[in-house]
Design a binder for this molecule. Sequence first.
Ligand code: C5P
Length: 218
Amino acid sequence: GSTLIVTIDGPAGVGKSTMAKALARHLSIPYLDTGAMFRSVAWKLGEGAWEWDEARLQAALDTIEYSLSGIGQDSVLSLNGTVIGDEIRTEEVGMWASNVATLPVVRTFLKKAQQDLGARFSLVAEGRDMGTVIFPDAPHKFFLDASVEERAVRRFKQLSAMGKPADVEELREQIARRDHQDRNRAVAPLKPADDAVVIDTTDLDKGQVLAALKEGVA
Ligand code: C5P
């Protein structure tokens, strides 16, 4: 298409959103947090929706519309006109998201929503399957990784900054469980695209990761 798409995939807590925002700012384009799409679907449908039959799920999905505005760190994603807020930013809702994310009917719905946004806007798109399934022709693809211990610490700091106290050891277990489900599902499992640049960020600070991303798109 005529839009520029940069994809950033990777496991939970690796810093995809932080990096996607910063790179989007550098490029003066919006960023798209597709995890927030899965989280907000899970949040809107509620706990246990992953056990609904397909017709009920589809009917619920058909009432959902996403919109995107703003650029860089100011990008705002809305569901039916309401800005998606911090209520989705818990490990519990993350696990709900991972549960609904195993369902083909949900993935098909969000795939269309994501590709529609990508046709209208240049994007730094971050998630699990951006480079493999949603934007396979993107000219720049990255896969960020880090040890599960380091990711638990990063998520702990992120939650603390939002005033949500957490336990690092519990986070480590939750993240490991969610990654396992995301890596082993049948549809669009978490994995680097063959043509992605893989960056192990375990021992890198934010500035170093951003420098690598900027160099990759230059
Ligand atoms: O990135 P985040 O932790 O917000 O994503 C929440 C969950 O949504 C992930 O654990 C994953 O199961 C799902 N997801 C996905 N595909 C994406 C983005 C997120 O399956 N592109």
